[in-house]
Design a protein. Structure first.
Length: 94
C-alpha cells in the first residue's frame, strides 16, 4: 500500500493503525485498527463528532481495543503487516 500521496494526517493515522495491529499481533490492518488510531488523536473532527454524540473518544478506543483483544489469536510479526482487502478498498476511495 503506497500512502505517499495521502495527507500527513492520514499517514499519521495509518502509522498508528499499524502500531495498533502490531500491538494485538494481527496480520492485517482492519477498520477497527483505523478507528482506534483515529479516536486516539486529539483535536480532530472525529473527536468533535463523538463529543457531540455524547461519546468519549477514549471510551470508543477502549471498547474497540477490547474487541481487538478478543481477535488476538491471529498472531504475526510486525514486519508482515498488511492492509486487509476491505481496508485497502476504503483507503483507495478516500
Amino acid at each position: 500500500m503506497d500512502i505517499a500521496s495521502y495527507s500527513s494526517d492520514s499517514r499519521a493515522v495509518i502509522k498508528i493503525a499499524k502500531e495498533v495491529a502490531a500491538e494485538f499481533r494481527h496480520a492485517e490492518i482492519e477498520v477497527e485498527h483505523l478507528l482506534v488510531a483515529t479516536v486516539r488523536q486529539e483535536g480532530t473532527e472525529v473527536e468533535s463528532i463523538l463529543t457531540q454524540l455524547g461519546k468519549k473518544p477514549s471510551g470508543v478506543a477502549s471498547l474497540t481495543a477490547a474487541h481487538l483483544k478478543e481477535q488476538s489469536s491471529r498472531a504475526t510479526s510486525r514486519e508482515n503487516l498488511t492492509a486487509s482487502p476491505s481496508t485497502q478498498a476504503v483507503l483507495t476511495q478516500a
